[in-house]
Design a protein around this ligand. Structure first.
Ligand SMILES: NC(=O)c1ccc[n+]([C@@H]2O[C@H](COP(=O)([O-])OP(=O)(O)OC[C@H]3O[C@@H](n4cnc5c(N)ncnc54)[C@H](OP(=O)(O)O)[C@@H]3O)[C@@H](O)[C@H]2O)c1
Length: 367
């Protein structure tokens, strides 16, 4: 652990010099050397494992909204520079520490790490690895942790969604939104209304299982939802946009409705008039999936095991917007899930802002 922290805090020049000296094994990684600048690819020196650690040969790494925020210095956690971004990956176990008992060399795994996943090699504690069932591909598995872990805890654990209930999800064509649609529809047998910012996104959300959709760039979300479900409202709302979209989602709720706040992709945090909660006995709650890793590891772990199990059973089907090789990280990580600044739509992504995957097709490690 000490060595791990130490490596993360070392200056870039030192890390590169170590790599150039050719000491032991090396691997390539996408490095954030300066905030708001493109990632660079560097060769890094491998370090020895601690007793509980596992070295994984990374095949795929999910690229998420939060990765972009971290690299812009706009995430809750701001790691010291330089750092390797990436919080979820899939791959095969290369080496295990002396006290590792949960996995062995060659096992197919997914892993969660605060950082360091955008690399050909990732070292993590055995606790944060889960075995991938045989019939689940490593590409599908790579995007399960963040999007599906969040979706499962939002609709199952927080909102306690029941079969037949109506779920409104905003930013529905994003990675998390699509995962919410998948889990709510195909696991919980709920009816989903997808709310998104363009007709194209609405179409995708419906193709992925939503029963109906609302394009909230074209008028009031509340009015559109009312047209679909009547004045009764929806039972559950999962909001990732914030601002007016959040307030309209609250106003769309039915008696004893539940709203779960997942994020503020739109950039503004709304204040909630508490009379809205009282009038219809509404519950408003938040979900920060990653925090469960430290506060309630059993629940965190269950969200991942459930995602893998649903995938193995063929209940859910993760959607990946783009798969690209490590060499292309510079172009793609700027584009995927790009944050729109104010109303300046010229900054919009050229790629569909849906879960993307980094694909490490050359494995330079050999044992
Ligand atoms: N709480 C948690 O544990 C947790 C876990 C995962 C994700 N999240 C949060 O959930 C949100 C969505 O994440 P994601 O993984 O689904 O990201 P994504 O795939 O990049 O999708 C983001 C979506 O947000 C919407 N959006 C609205 N305003 C935006 C803006 N100004 N810039 C960019 N996108 C904007 C867009 O949909 P429309 O155009 O349709 O509005 C876009 O499709 C983020 O805020 C993220 O931080 C939270």
């Amino acid at each position: 652990m000490a060595a791990r922290l130490c490596a993360r805090h070392l200056p870039l020049a030192w890390l590169c010099r170590r790599a150039a000296q050719g000491q032991g094994r090396h691997y390539r990684a996408a490095l954030c050397a300066e905030l708001k600048h493109p990632l660079i690819i560097e060769e890094m020196a491998s370090r020895p494992l601690g007793p509980h650690e596992v070295r994984v040969d990374v095949h795929f790494c999910g690229v998420n909204f939060a990765d972009i925020l971290v690299c812009r210095g706009q995430y809750q956690e701001t790691p010291p520079l330089p750092f390797i971004p990436g919080m979820e990956f899939s791959g095969a176990v290369l080496e295990t520490g002396t006290d590792v008992s949960t996995v062995k060399k060659g096992d197919r795994v997914i892993g969660v790490s605060n950082l360091n996943a955008m690399a050909e090699e990732c070292i993590t504690d055995q606790k944060t690895l889960w075995q991938v069932p045989e019939n689940v591909s490593l590409q599908d598995a790579a995007v399960l942790p963040v999007s599906y872990g969040t979706a499962i805890l939002a609709v199952e654990h927080r909102a306690r969604t029941q079969p037949g209930e109506t779920v409104l999800v905003t930013a529905a064509a994003g990675a998390t939104g699509l995962a919410v649609i998948d889990v709510a529809t195909n696991v919980l047998q709920a009816k989903v209304i997808a709310a998104a910012g363009s007709d194209e996104k609405c179409k995708l959300a419906v193709q992925r299982g939503a029963q109906s959709s609302v394009n909230y760039s074209q008028g009031s979300l509340k009015d559109a939802v009312k047209k679909l479900v009547g004045s009764g409202g929806v039972n559950v709302a999962i909001d990732m946009v914030g601002g007016d979209v959040f307030l309209e989602s609250v106003r769309s709720l039915a008696w004893e409705g539940r709203i779960v706040v997942l994020g503020f992709a739109g950039g503004s945090i709304a204040s909630l008039p508490s009379n809205l909660l009282l009038l219809k006995n509404i519950s408003a709650m938040g979900l920060y999936w990653g925090r469960y890793q430290h506060q309630d590891f059993a629940l965190f772990s269950k969200s991942l095991s459930s995602a893998l199990q649903y995938c193995q059973q063929g209940l859910i089907h993760p959607h990946t917007g783009a798969v690209f090789k490590l060499e292309k990280v510079r172009q793609h990580v700027r584009n995927v899930g790009q944050i729109r600044l104010g109303n300046n739509l010229s900054n919009l992504a050229t790629l569909s802002p849906i879960a993307a995957c980094l694909y490490f097709f050359i494995h330079i490690l050999s044992f």
